[in-house]
Design a protein around this ligand. Structure first.
Ligand code: OSB
Ligand code: MG
Length: 386
């Protein structure tokens, strides 16, 4: 039961005629809760989007969360913005490439996660129409990507150590720990006592302020690859001030909304590493720009994750094949998150902690439409002027 949405005999040109768009919400319970400095998630409410173009369906995911905590966007904002503004902007249009969709939606301020669902579904459709792997269409160079894991805040340090042990024995190449005041130095100290040399990083999701500089400087003793987003979610300037006082590299996540933010962050020295999340920057076109700016500035990047279903995960895999994705990403196996994923095959990680990319057209991961139907709690199909 493998569907790519591709009906070969119907494919006659590589133009993208946007005939219809289906938006739906699915519910997927996580195998384990995931806790960050801003809260705990047990179950995801994911907005999926399908573009219907001449017999080819392109699929994508909005990574907006269940609450407006990681960013102001959330499940409940993605839906009306797509329905009332973004879908009407592309419906009925004929595009030469998915890239052309971004300017059509540019009038809408922000809502980059919602825009990503529309643009990336078109990239998926374009790859299928051109019978090319998505990673090649994006300009990827690597056949194999490196995987890390992001491990949330646990109820106890013992539980955390167990999770790290499991991830290491599965082959993952970098461990990232979520930290916040009260779950930071003593946790890192215990972890380093067990594993003095593993590639280790931490992510604060904006849990600290400049009043904590002396505290944050103590992170330097743990030889971390980086500390991700220590300060405010919308800040670049004060991260630059902090970076000057730290030996550990700062990596920005939340603060980089687009290529221009990225350029400013590099110019000011606010970070030495960048986390690219395609949903955070508004789609593959902008993600490629961020990637290129970092490459020119000699700043390595890695692919972030947002607890995606297999659809968003497959897109992260494709993006990670670009040259400057030099560090292991938060692109982990489906089974770390889901009892059953909505793609087939599921995303699997080799014992060496890598994912091989497929040469099939599109993402190389088939869509399990019947399972998606079962998980769907609302769904709407829109056509031009409807
Ligand atoms: O900051 O990277 C983050 C999950 C939800 C929101 C923000 C973040 C995360 C993660 C999880 O760290 C990454 C993953 O999908 O495994
Ligand atoms: Mg982060």
């Amino acid at each position: 039961m493998r569907k790519t949405g591709l009906l070969e005999d119907q494919v006659s040109s590589t133009l993208l005629r946007v005939e219809a768009i289906t938006v739906r919400e699915i519910r997927m319970p996580l195998v384990h809760f995931f806790e960050t400095s801003f809260g705990r998630t047990y179950s995801r409410r994911i907005v999926l989007l399908t573009v219907h173009c001449d017999g080819v369906d392109g699929w994508a995911e909005s990574v907006a969360g269940e609450d407006p905590y990681y960013s102001s966007e959330w499940t409940e904002t993605a839906w009306p913005v797509i329905k009332q503004y973004l879908a009407p902007a592309v419906l009925g249009q004929t595009l030469n490439s998915a890239r052309e969709s971004a300017p059509l939606m540019a009038r809408v301020r922000g809502h980059r996660m919602a825009k990503t669902a529309v643009e990336n579904a078109l990239w998926d459709a374009e790859a299928k129409l051109r019978r090319q792997p998505l990673w090649k269409l994006l300009g990827g160079k690597k056949r194999e990507i490196q995987c890390g894991v992001s491990i949330g805040i646990q109820d106890s340090i013992e539980q955390l150590l167990e999770k790290i042990e499991l991830a290491l024995s599965a082959g993952y190449r970098r461990i990232k720990l979520k930290v916040k005041p009260g779950w930071d130095l003593k946790v890192l100290d215990r972890v380093r006592a067990c594993w003095p040399d593993i590639p280790l990083s931490c992510d604060a999701n904006s849990a600290y302020t400049l009043d904590d500089v002396q505290h944050i400087r103590k992170f330097d003793q743990f030889n971390l690859l980086m500390i991700e987003q220590p300060l405010w979610n919308d800040d670049i300037y004060y991260h630059a001030r902090l970076q000057r006082q730290l030996r550990t590299a700062i990596c920005l996540d939340e603060s980089i909304r687009h290529a221009r933010d990225c350029a400013a962050a590099i110019e000011t020295g606010a970070c030495r590493i960048v986390n690219i999340k395609v949903g955070r920057v508004g789609g593959f076109t902008e993600a490629k720009k961020v990637h290129d700016i970092c490459q020119k500035g000699n700043v390595p990047v890695w692919c972030g994750g947002m607890l995606e279903s297999g659809i968003g995960r497959a897109h992260n895999v494709a993006l990670s094949t670009l040259e400057n994705f030099k560090l292991p990403g938060d692109v982990s196996a489906s089974k770390r998150y889901w009892k059953e994923d909505i793609v087939e095959p599921e995303v699997e990680v080799s014992p060496q902690g890598t994912i091989y990319v497929s040469d099939e057209p599109g993402t190389g991961y088939g869509i399990r439409e019947d399972l998606i139907e079962k998980l769907t709690v609302r769904k709407e199909t829109m056509r031009p002027n409807s």
